[in-house]
Ligand binder design. Structure first.
Ligand code: 2BA
Length: 109
């Protein structure tokens, strides 16, 4: 069994859960925050049998679209504390960042 930890954009999360459920795959949705943009994203925990892993990855790939977003970065123009200046930069946020973890045991009580 595998645990897929999929970090996706909020806009794709509900449709992704619906599609996973429709294929009989279980998922838990967590509200998370990206470390770089410091804005909300969604992390899904998806436990799958090994033979269903590719099906889950295909659904994630089909639903999750990469998008461009303008982020504000800051640089220290004068090299002194307190002299940071914000400037806009474009970042491409991936469709999904997926970690695939081997599950040692799966127990429901
Ligand atoms: P964030 O950390 O908010 O990053 C959002 C997007 O900003 C990233 O998209 C990437 O395009 C850009 N970015 C991140 N760090 C950057 C940097 N130091 N300089 C310039 N641009 C940078 P993705 O790579 O698709 O990541 C989307 C989200 O997936 C991330 O949101 C984070 O929540 C998660 N993630 C990505 N890599 C991860 C990792 N190695 N471990 C844990 N979470 C990760």
């Amino acid at each position: 069994m595998k645990l897929l930890i999929a970090i996706v954009q909020d806009d794709d999360a509900s449709r992704l859960v619906e599609n996973l459920m429709a294929e009989g795959l279980g998922a838990t949705k967590l509200a998370t925050t990206g470390g770089f943009l410091r804005s909300g994203n969604t992390t899904l925990l998806i436990g799958v049998q090994d033979e269903s892993m590719q099906k889950a990855l295909d659904i994630i790939e089909k639903i999750c679209k990469s998008r461009k977003q303008i982020a504000t970065s800051s640089t220290n123009m004068l090299g002194m504390p307190g002299s940071f200046i914000g400037y806009p930069m474009e970042v491409v946020i991936g469709g999904a960042t997926v970690f695939i973890v081997n599950v040692e045991q799966f127990i429901k009580m």
